[in-house]
Write a protein of this length. Structure first.
Length: 508
DNA sequence: CGGGTTTGACCAGCGC
DNA sequence: GCGCTGGTCAAACCCG
């Protein structure tokens, strides 16, 4: 990754905002960091090193700067030594990060290609070799420390996720227990519910089974507790559970403006049917995943009757096979949403999600408990939503131009709009006349808040939407003829039969 | 010729 | 029980 060109661009201190630099390895981030610091007076732990070794036009200046470099390093020998001694246990600190800048530069230096090396060899000396070797050693050690720090941070994040998961699980069990307490004092009801939840939201035993079936090599065998999360993203536990218990399948519906007939979600689909659904002249197409034999994931694609520029894609089930990154985004979204939805709607009564509690008009996600499938709808068509979607004909724009912002944007937005400010219960949601079947508002809030605050869900949602936007906008192979979707219904007499209109609704 | 699409037929769930 | 509706099947068809 460290190429001479990058070293040149850096040392020249004229780095443009070349897109490559944003995707360089970690030391490129360090170089940017250092460059920013070098524009001002260097911080105490920063070794300012504005050298252009590789610029033959400034050979004189180069040598001077080389001397300055070693002079500077001699000013900080103890720092490097201390750093080496502590690198095994310490967590990365900002000061240490600044040290990485030094290493980055050295790494660039030692990583020269032959052409670059020829420039440096002209002035090479035994002492220079030794010093270079020393600094290379420091570079490697710094990298090791950085990796250790990264590992430490990942472990902390992992522990936090585990903690949140356990807390959510316990809280859900408590909610179920409280709900069932009046009906069944001995608690058998709540126990059953927890067991049912385990079917929909995988238990460890089932997760282990899924892990054995999975071919993904990214499983972290050291972190047993993370399995439910990992599993929930990539396996077909929901479908499996549906075979074992009469649990309604959760669905995730995505509403997005798209001229294409389908959204590009990274998966391979085969159309197996088309139907005119009641109340919508646009035909509904049925697809199933063909990326693996036996994958039970299906999706339905249909134009919105009110606004035919809106494409409604409804996913059901989880994939039972590894997915490409592009498909993983959507799969994670649907799986996370479905899993959370099922977790929140597990009680057998239909009114668990309660009545329409909030009159907010800004809808980003809609939860519907209407039979037969609980559905969460992710509405990406709202221009007034917190994300301020902008739309040019046929595609979304600015908020998604930088995919790296998506997790933060969505996570923050969803979190800020938790407590239902961004979630609105579907108006077609069934309300229960039995008070005992209503979820207490606090519990309901917890359920949806957990959904919106779930970093796994929000991140996956962000990635999925990014995938949708990129795929939808770039899906040149999709049929962009909207009229093909707006099918004519030659036999649409309002009394539905099995006749499917001979529409031009083309699949992919 | 293989894979995907189309489309009429079939089935199951639900309400009346 | 019957009709309506959603969902699926599978043979015919299309296409590269």
């Amino acid at each position: 990754m460290s190429t001479p060109s990058t070293g040149i661009s850096f040392d020249s201190d004229r780095i443009t905002s070349d897109h490559r630099h944003h995707h360089q390895s970690e030391f490129m981030d360090s170089t940017r960091h250092n460059r920013s610091s070098s524009s001002h007076s260097p911080p105490p732990n920063t070794i300012h090193f504005p050298v252009n070794y590789l610029n033959p036009d400034k050979s004189d200046h180069k040598r001077i700067n080389e001397v300055d470099f070693f002079k500077d390093t001699k000013h900080y020998p103890s720092k490097s030594i201390n750093y080496d001694l502590n690198c095994k246990e310490e967590i990365t600190t900002p000061a240490i990060d600044l040290d990485f800048n030094v290493n980055t530069r050295l790494n660039l230096l030692t990583g020269n290609t032959s052409s670059d090396q020829s420039v440096i060899d002209d002035c090479i000396s035994p002492s220079y070799e030794n010093k270079r070797a020393n600094h290379e050693l420091v570079s490697v050690q710094a990298k090791l420390k950085r990796m250790n720090g990264e590992n430490q941070r990942l472990r902390e994040a992992l522990n936090q996720v585990i903690h949140n998961y356990n807390a959510l699980e316990n809280h859900l069990a408590m909610m179920i227990h409280q709900k069932q307490g009046g009906e069944n004092p001995n608690g058998e009801g709540s126990r059953k519910q927890v067991m049912d939840l385990g079917l929909a939201h995988p238990s460890k035993a089932e997760t282990d089974k899924n892990l054995q079936l999975s071919t993904s090599e990214e499983r972290n065998h050291d972190e047993q507790s993370t399995r439910p999360i990992l599993n929930n993203q990539n396996t077909g536990n929901i479908d499996q559970s549906s075979d074992e218990a009469p649990i309604r399948k959760a669905r995730v519906s995505v509403r997005a403006r798209s001229e294409a007939s389908v959204i590009a979600d990274g998966c391979q689909w085969r159309k197996y049917g088309q139907k005119i659904a009641k109340g919508n002249p646009c035909p509904r197409a049925y697809y199933r995943c063909t990326m693996a034999v036996g994958c039970l994931v299906r999706k339905q694609v249909q134009r919105c009757a009110q606004d035919r520029s809106i494409l409604i894609t409804t996913y059901e089930g989880n994939h039972n096979h590894p997915l490409p990154p592009a498909a993983m985004a959507m799969a994670s979204t649907t799986s996370s949403a479905a899993g959370m939805l099922l977790s929140g709607s597990m009680p057998s009564s239909d009114g668990y999600l309660g009545r329409n509690l909030l009159p907010f008009s800004s809808t980003m996600a809609t939860i519907s408990a209407s039979a037969p499938h609980p559905t969460i709808t992710l509405d990406l068509t709202q221009s007034q939503n917190p994300l301020q979607f902008q739309r040019s004909p046929g595609q979304f724009q600015e908020p998604f131009s930088n995919p790296t912002h998506l997790p933060h944007i969505f996570g923050q937005s969803l979190y800020n709009h938790s407590k239902f400010s961004g979630l609105q219960m579907s108006e077609n949601m069934e309300t229960s006349s039995q008070p005992g079947q209503l979820l207490p508002p606090a519990a309901l809030t917890d359920t949806v808040t957990a959904l919106t605050a779930d970093p796994n869900f929000t991140a996956a949602l962000a990635a999925a939407i990014s995938s949708i936007i990129g795929g939808g906008a770039g899906g040149s192979r999709e049929n962009n003829n909207d009229e093909n979707v707006n099918a004519t219904t030659s036999n649409n007499n309002g009394h539905g039969n099995d006749k499917v209109s001979n529409s031009g609704f083309q699949g992919n």
